[in-house]
Design a protein around this ligand. Structure first.
Ligand code: 7TS
Length: 420
């Protein structure tokens, strides 16, 4: 119990990892669902939000709300400062060289579409090729298919083995003078595989080919340093890393972004407009047309403050322990097959149960307050690769516990009993 005189001071999270303590930061986790304690194991879809992020967003609406970059008045100035401070926090968080390399977008999907439409329209030509991997989310397939179709490129796919690991040697042989671009996921949402993106980038760069990394599932679970990776673009969403929905980040190397045309036209992205000619704003504004998700940006800034208070290494180690524990106990269940058994994995266990549709698994688990995701996880080609229509997927965050995994296992036995 904190002493009474201490009650009004905000809670500061110490630099050590204590799962019970972390859980108290996430109010939603206290809920009971169908009379049972909520076991939220759908973090790859979206994570829960800590009180400090909710408070920061409320505070923004209560005390600062105004439009940014365009007002001379007090509130507009305050809102602009909060929004731009968030950009600098993101820059430091991923170790970008400049805040100009941080573009606010709606999320990973928009970040990838931005690069496909802007970079692709300028640099892709008929007869060129681009490479993606066999474990991409639809968000890192469809935008490329669209631009490849429009421009007449061939989309090639790095194959994977039956564990869900990419054949890097095959990737190397796929690169040729026609290859214009590589797009690859850092951590697979359907399989949990951590791809050797640094190696992929190095191989592509040897041929002078730029690389975008889809980091939607990586940023919440590992330290990402874009300069160390040397990626050309990196995309992620706030909502999967304990932040709000509707906001995310495109990182791009400054010289590449400078040379790219705007993605959308409108307010904030212009320097001057006449009917004869419009000139475009400098980075990062050139890519941020219209009033952005200001409260989302502020919320993402607060999320990064929150993450900076954590012992990230300890949080990651805890998540890894959960993954190993879940893998071990699930493997003992007769008729259960884990889909995605790569050596390097993060936070995701996808599985199928013999003779039982994943949707039935999810529905029965929900009766006991256990939230997992079922379906193709927006990765239909991955499902096709494994010859299955769907999986059940438990995905962990740092606030999950072994007790929740025990509840999952108990629930799966109940599913088996219902269907036997
Ligand atoms: N890339 C990966 C690897 C993802 O996991 C997702 C979302 C996206 C891109 C798209 O992110 P968004 O924020 O733009 O929607 N993945 C999932 C999932 O696994 N279940 O629901 C959404």
């Amino acid at each position: 119990m904190r002493p009474a005189h201490d009650m009004l001071t905000p809670v500061t999270i110490e630099k050590s990892f204590d799962v019970d303590r972390i859980r108290t930061e996430f109010p939603i986790l206290k809920q009971r669902v169908n009379g049972k304690p909520l076991a939220y194991l759908d973090n790859a879809a979206t994570s829960q939000k800590p009180q400090v992020v909710i408070d920061a967003m409320n505070r923004y609406y209560l005390e600062e709300n105004s439009n940014i970059h365009r007002g001379v008045h007090f509130l507009s100035d305050k809102a602009t400062q909060s929004y731009e401070a968030a950009r600098k926090k993101i820059q430091r968080f991923i170790n970008a060289a400049s805040h100009k390399e941080i573009i606010f977008v709606r999320g990973t999907t928009e970040a990838i579409n931005l690069v496909a439409q802007s970079y692709g329209r300028k640099y892709f030509h008929a007869g060129d090729e681009m490479i993606i991997s066999a474990m991409e989310h639809h968000s890192n397939i469809v935008p490329w298919q669209m631009i490849c179709e429009e421009k007449g490129l061939t989309l090639r796919v790095i194959p994977m083995n039956d564990k869900g690991e990419l054949f890097i040697d095959k990737f190397e042989t796929m690169l040729n003078p026609k290859t214009k671009f590589v797009a690859v996921v850092h951590v697979s949402n359907a399989l949990g595989t951590i791809n050797p993106v640094q190696q992929i980038i190095e191989i592509a760069h040897r041929r002078g080919v730029p690389v975008i990394v889809d980091g939607a599932q990586a940023v919440p679970h590992m330290k990402v340093d874009v300069r160390d990776l040397d990626c050309d673009f990196y995309a992620f969403s706030a909502h999967k890393m304990y932040g709000p929905t509707g906001v995310g980040v495109l990182y791009g190397k400054q010289h590449l972004l400078e040379a790219m045309p705007p993605y959308q036209g409108g307010g904030d992205m212009i320097k001057s407009v006449t009917y004869a000619k419009t000139t475009y704003n400098d980075l990062p504004n050139k890519f941020e047309a219209g009033t952005p998700n200001i409260v989302g940006g502020v919320g993402l800034g607060a999320t990064i403050d929150f993450m900076n208070t954590l012992d990230f290494e300890a949080a990651t180690a805890h998540e890894h322990e959960l993954l190993e524990y879940a893998t071990e106990v699930l493997t003992t269940i007769k008729g259960l097959r884990i889909i995605g058994t790569a050596r390097e994995k993060a936070s995701v266990v996808s599985f199928v149960l013999e003779g039982i549709h994943p949707h039935d698994i999810g529905t029965i688990l929900d009766d006991d307050g256990i939230a997992i995701r079922t379906g193709h996880h927006c990765a239909q080609p991955v499902m096709q690769c494994f010859g299955i229509p769907a999986t059940a997927r438990a995905s962990f965050a740092m606030y999950n516990t072994k007790e929740e995994i025990d509840a999952l296992v108990k629930g799966i036995y109940k599913v088996i009993e219902v269907f036997s």
